[in-house]
Ligand binder design. Structure first.
Ligand SMILES: [Mg+2]
Length: 218
């Protein structure tokens, strides 16, 4: 028996967007300080900046190669530190617990798929286990969304089929990843994108916020 599932993005969807405006600048500065040219990581997401820079350093035929591991470890520590700091001031939107309970009562298995680290999610939502069946955070997966394998790992753990399940998020990458698996994709306007951007990225429906899911998913 397979249950339908609802997979949620986390920040911008169940909690306000974390204030991480400075994180990208800091991570790019660390790459530069390690000797990595900007062209190696232009336009990448934050974790991918570290991965690309680490790979580039490892391939250099100089002392730079021996600094690759220390560079990557320090950069990952920095994003964790920045995230944990932001998480300490952030909590779920007011009716999140109630809405999650209502969706469960309707027979949905519930998952969270996020590029945040697990410790940050649990700082913001310490009783998450009472409301959500499975979390796949940054440190739980090898492939991060928009790679659809991030969502597939969560669906597999929930015993759910993509075609019967729903991806909910505020990000274009949430919609892209869900669409790649043939999921129903619901955009929410509580984060970083407007209706146009979410629809362009593959949203089949766009809601003001998570509360609209209870009537949408009958
Ligand atoms: Mg988000």
């Amino acid at each position: 028996m397979t249950n339908p599932a609802v997979l949620f993005d986390f920040d911008g969807t169940l909690v306000p967007n974390l204030d991480l405006t400075d994180m990208r600048r800091q991570i790019a500065a660390m790459a530069k300080a390690a000797g990595v040219p900007d062209s190696v990581h232009n336009g990448l997401y934050i974790v991918e900046i570290i991965e690309a820079s680490h790979a580039w350093l490892s391939n250099q035929d100089t002392a730079l190669a021996s600094s690759a591991e220390a560079y990557a470890a320090a950069s990952h520590r920095r994003i964790n530190d920045i995230e944990m700091q932001a998480a300490s001031n952030t909590a779920p939107f007011t009716a999140v617990r109630q809405v999650l309970s209502q969706l469960r009562d309707k027979g949905y298995r519930l998952g969270i798929v996020t590029r945040n680290c697990r410790a940050a999610v649990l700082t913001m939502f310490p009783d998450m286990d009472e409301y959500v069946d499975c979390l796949h955070a940054r440190d739980d997966v090898i492939h991060l969304k928009p790679d659809p394998r991030h969502l597939q790992d969560n669906l597999d753990a929930l015993g759910a089929k993509a075609a019967l399940s729903v991806m909910v998020g505020d990000g274009a990458l949430d919609m892209q990843a869900g669409q790649a698996l043939g999921m129903r994709c619901v955009g929410v306007l509580t984060g970083s994108n407007d209706t146009h951007a979410l629809t362009d990225a593959g949203a089949t429906e766009v809601l003001a916020d998570y509360r609209g899911l209870v009537s949408l998913l009958t």
